[in-house]
Ligand binder design. Sequence first.
Ligand code: PLP
Length: 452
Amino acid sequence: MNELKNESLCALAMSEGRNWMPFTANRLVNGRGDHRVVALAKGPYYTMADGRTVFDSLSGLWCTPLGHGHPRIVEALRQQAETLDFAPGFQMTHAPAVTLAARIARMAPDGLEHVFFANSGSEAVDTALKIAIGFHKLRGDGGRFRLIGRERGYHGVGFGGMSVGGIVSNRKMFATVMMPGVDHLRHPYDHAHVAFSKGQPEWGACLADDLERLVALHDASTIAAVIVEPVQGSTGVLVPPIGYLQKLREICTKHGILLIFDEVITGFGRMGENFASQRFGVTPDMITFAKAVTNGIVPMGGVIVTSEIYKTFMSGPESAIEFAHGYTYSGHPLAAAVAHTVLDIMEEEDTNARVRALEPVLEEEVHSLRGLSSVKDLRNIGFTAAIELSPLPEKSALRSVQLFEYGLQEGVLLRVTGDTISFGPPFISTPDQIREMIQKVRNVLLRCEEDF
Ligand code: PLP
């Protein structure tokens, strides 16, 4: 088996397509060999197998804000593996998970007090959706089964998350097997009104009224929950207009509908606060999290819920299992130990303050790209930003491949989805690294403008 780790065998296995890669044009990537294989990672940089070093402009997939190979996190992982590598999480627990739950609850907005662990964003979302439906049923309101997502929302790839998600290309193949009883709000981005906004657009709170349309259509008594990302990350950093989230909260409260914020990207500092809920001053009934909580070293996800939700579940006989749900690896000791160290570092280095200081640097740099002929819109909030390019009928997919390739040549790893390039650099980035990243992006765009 060991010889399969050999690099030439890696090339062979790639060319044979042995590793069926997620969300990937497999044949294209397999055909490009070494320069699509990552060999090493340190701080905010990756080194590809062909020797090129590239800046990690999206913190992996939004999940490595403290950079790669942090010695304290590596050590925490090693120590935990030596002490308690696994313990069943059903009918028993262990200190790292219990104390981590308490710690995350303390970091969350007031009122969100209890944590249910999962292993990924997708699992966290499906858990939250099940909690919502169970909550109403336990209160004798079992007619509330509908779940409301939002166009252009991304909530992972489980059947629940996929159904409430609103990315057309992710839904197409599975349209016939989506969960029943799901509807979608309009997305909160209207180019005509908000293009080139810095931070939160001033126009657009009225778009939250779309929830009243769905309430009128389905009747509030059938709706269990609304799930939204406070900032829609995967579809290119769609920033909530001022007042939009507040309005959603008000409408949910008025109709007894639970509000879930999917903070898989925004949780743990990306918005300069522990959670985006705190940045925007809106408290949901549940928050889903994953990614940054372990700095991407080992998987972990979870849901934070209000005491009202928790107490509702804890109301039956004491010997009965209150929520027939959970994962073999819920609250895994390695993930929990790593998360403690990640949160220690975030606290000690006050990464929230660091993000708030870096936000204007990224904002100024990204908006300096305005005027390039291919740029249709630029958006930013917290330590995230996106460039939206004018669509190229028939050629957008080809251009995104080219953007990625030019990025590798210029020294920046780019996350290109369709016509959008998204940025979420590591919190450890320096202002100079951000300036350098955008300079490289400018070069990439100029080269692409010549080609298309
Ligand atoms: N929810 C949001 C908002 C996400 O951005 C993602 C992933 O990017 C997910 C859920 C799914 O997370 P995972 O890929 O860990 O299942």
